[in-house]
Design a protein around this ligand. Structure first.
Ligand SMILES: [Zn+2]
Length: 706
């Protein structure tokens, strides 16, 4: 493959092939980045591809393609927004990666201008956001446009008006001013947004840049309004009269107009001083509160800027000095194995602490034993198949807020006595055998509830919000009570005997550090509150592998009450029984979940624990589907559009209680579509497939009285 060949060694045929390959890769990455706001490769990888492309073009200029990525600054505008042709093109910047590149940049400028005088530069952080151009006519914001492909952008005026850093009107300005800058989201706002999104079951964003881009490019400005976007101004497009004589002066004017400008922007007389400021900004990178991916240098004198002008897509008078990728080498001190709720053994790299992109990293995920061996879950080599050994020098990388990973291993520095990592075949917490089932990349402890690590994780799951949700008894308190010598909670049943045990205990809970009479009473009351529990919630709370929230409710709805269900589980232990056939016949259960469920309810320690728990509970029957008289029993329903008389959740619950299955998408298996106002493609698809469609009123008529 040409991709791994050094550019200096490419022959002409290979170079042609390589340019085609790079054009494809960069083109695909551009589309993912600009149109779907979901980059598929890291910025560093992207820069590396572009760099390699320009290197190959540099060696073989006659092979440069007509669609060369070096001539493109972005992606074409997407459908959905109207187009805006920029009065002055919005260009991107060339990149520099080290100090030498910067001195070369200065020398090119001096050569072009035919001078050996020093050049003054402004230096500013390069905000990692989305470029935006704001056109003001007679002081009023008329158009806001994204960069798009540099010549034509998207009209996002309505959305831009919702951003509080963007004034709708500016005073004492030239008749026409186009202010350009970057829309971004702060780290704090990004974290809040993702928390809110996940609470609502919405999409979360990989990093602040994606969140900013996704928020600005909303077709509904009301959504943009809810998103905490910010804007820094640092440049301009069309002007009816100049703002100043220097870059620094012009930026000061933008600040006077009422725009936020970056406080780290400064002017320097020498490249050495400018580079020092680069290092200062880099050192502050992690504490700025927003993402930057480098520093931009601009020739300060605007007369010189205009003499220097542009190459095809980049100005000669400005350059972006990128920060090194968020990579760092350090030593792997050890590999810790953590045991999860379902017994999964997760290896974690313990690293000699190292700063990666401004953040100190001392742990990295190692996923599973294949990953340590240098293979992915399909068995394909990763890191060129290099395994990871304790004592190795490893390259750590960090992308956004993702857990750090190991990018590479330096075999030349491997200690002579470093042995391949022997992944434990017994659980480090309970010594039970840890096994890998076929097709499972994960090795699991078979200790079940005798394994303290699994037991404590299961207890945390048991008290989680979607399970028993006991006020004042969260993961932290579980850690405290677990294996407590006086008042232990070692299994779920112990929660419900806590008060009784406390009352006969001389070392009362209320006398402990951090507790008092009131907090102890509150805890006991909160526990009492959950002695009555829904069947589905209980089943989910047990933390049986593969039995999630939806499955818990599904199984509960099918069996109706606990006694009937446990009886069926007893019968179903015999795989030739009708009870077994019934169980695996439940739509949405399947063999894997059935086996897991049967294992939990087979006679033995786990079942005994469940029975001990249930003795303290009143289990509410699940609303069993009323199959008799229900016109929709056994049917598959889809809801689409807005419902006005009941919420989507209620509609879904009613349908399920009447024995129907609710699906999210139309297929040949759909029996009935309930379409409210605003139903779009689903209604059309249902019509195409000849599926019966009714409106909300008809739906309510259908279920009333059932
Ligand atoms: Zn174990």
């Amino acid at each position: 493959m040409t991709g791994s060949v050094d550019v200096a060694n490419l022959n002409e045929e290979q170079a042609r092939e390589e340019l085609a390959r790079l054009a494809d890769l960069i083109g695909a990455a551009n589309i993912a980045y600009h149109q779907s706001d979901a980059p598929q490769i890291s910025d560093a990888e992207y820069d590396a591809l572009k760099w390699r492309n320009s290197e190959v073009e540099g060696r073989f200029p006659h092979l440069k393609r007509s669609d060369s990525p070096s001539d493109q600054v972005g992606a074409p505008v997407s459908e959905g927004f109207s187009k805006v042709t920029h009065a002055v093109r919005m260009l991107s910047l060339g990149n520099a990666f080290d100090d030498q590149d910067m001195f070369d940049f200065q020398e090119r400028i001096q050569r072009y201008l035919g001078t050996d005088h020093g050049i003054a530069f402004t230096v500013e952080p390069k905000i990692d956001g989305l470029s935006l151009s704001l056109r003001y006519e007679h002081g009023k914001l008329t158009v806001a446009a994204t960069r798009g492909d540099g010549a034509v952008g998207e009209n996002v005026t309505e959305n831009a008006r919702t951003i509080k850093d963007i004034p709708h009107e500016i005073q004492n300005v030239p008749d026409v001013v186009e202010v350009r800058g970057e829309v971004y989201m702060s780290h704090a706002d990004f974290a809040d947004l993702n928390a809110r999104q996940s609470e609502r079951g919405g999409k979360t964003f990989a990093n602040p840049r994606n969140a900013a881009a996704g928020s600005l490019r909303q077709l509904d400005a009301n959504i943009t309004r809810e998103r905490p976007l910010r804007f820094f101004a640092y440049a301009w497009g069309e002007l009816s009269e100049p703002l100043a004589l220097t870059q620094q002066g012009a930026v000061a004017r933008l600040a006077e107009f009422g725009f936020q400008t970056n406080p780290l922007t400064q002017r320097f007389d020498t490249m050495e001083a400018a580079l020092e400021h680069y290092r200062l900004i880099e050192a502050q990178r992690a504490t700025l509160g927003y993402d930057i991916d480098g520093v931009v240098y601009k020739v300060d004198d605007l007369a010189l800027q205009s003499r220097l002008g542009f190459r095809s897509t980049t100005p000669r008078w400005a350059i972006a000095h990128k920060f090194p990728a968020e990579l760092a080498w350090t030593r792997l001190l050890g590999i810790d194995i953590q045991v999860g709720r379902t017994g999964a053994l997760s290896p974690v790299a313990r690293l000699d602490p190292v700063t990666v992109g401004g953040v100190v990293v001392s742990n990295a995920t190692l996923h599973n034993e294949d990953y340590i061996q240098g293979r992915d879950s399909n068995g394909d080599p990763i890191r060129d198949g290099k395994d990871i050994r304790i004592g190795d020098w490893v390259q750590v990388y960090r992308a956004g807020d993702v857990i750090p990973k190991i990018a590479d291993v330096d075999l030349s520095k491997r200690p002579a006595d470093a042995a391949p990592f022997a992944f434990p075949e017994t659980c480090p917490e309970c010594n039970s055998p840890a096994v890998r089932e076929e097709g499972d990349a994960v090795r699991r402890c078979t200790g079940g509830l005798i394994c303290p690590a699994q037991a404590v994780e299961r207890l945390k799951h048991f008290v989680a919000r979607k399970a028993f949700d006991i006020d004042g008894l969260g993961a932290k308190q579980i850690e405290m009570f677990f294996a407590d010598p006086i008042l232990p909670i070692n299994e779920p049943a112990d929660i419900f005997t806590l008060q009784a045990r406390d009352s006969v205990n001389l070392a009362r809970l209320k006398n402990r550090d951090g507790w008092g009479d009131k907090s102890a009473q509150n805890l006991f009351a909160a526990i009492d509150d959950k002695r009555t529990i829904g069947f589905g919630r209980l089943l989910f709370g047990l933390g049986i592998r593969h039995v999630g929230e939806a499955a818990g409710n599904l199984i509960a709805a099918r069996y109706g009450n606990w006694a009937e269900f446990t009886h069926a589980m007893d019968q179903a232990q015999d795989p030739t029984s009708d009870a077994y056939t019934d169980l695996i016949a439940i739509d949405g259960v399947g063999q894997v979940m059935a086996e897991s469920l049967l294992l939990a309810f087979a006679p033995g320690a786990e079942r005994n624990g469940i029975d001990r728990l249930v003795a303290h509970l009143t289990i509410q029957d699940a609303e069993k589907p009323k199959t008799d008289g229900s016109p929709i029993a056994g049917q598959t329903l889809v809801f689409t559009g807005a419902l006005e008389r009941m919420s989507r959740t209620e509609a879904k619950a009613r349908a399920e209680s009447l024995g129907a299955k609710v699906s999210g998408s139309i297929s040949a298996k759909t029996d009935l579509l309930i379409a409210g106002p605003g139903a779009g493609s689903k209604a059309k698809k249902a019509a195409d497939l000849g599926i019966k469609t009714i409106d909300e009123d008809q739906w309510i008529d259908m279920i009333t009285g059932l």
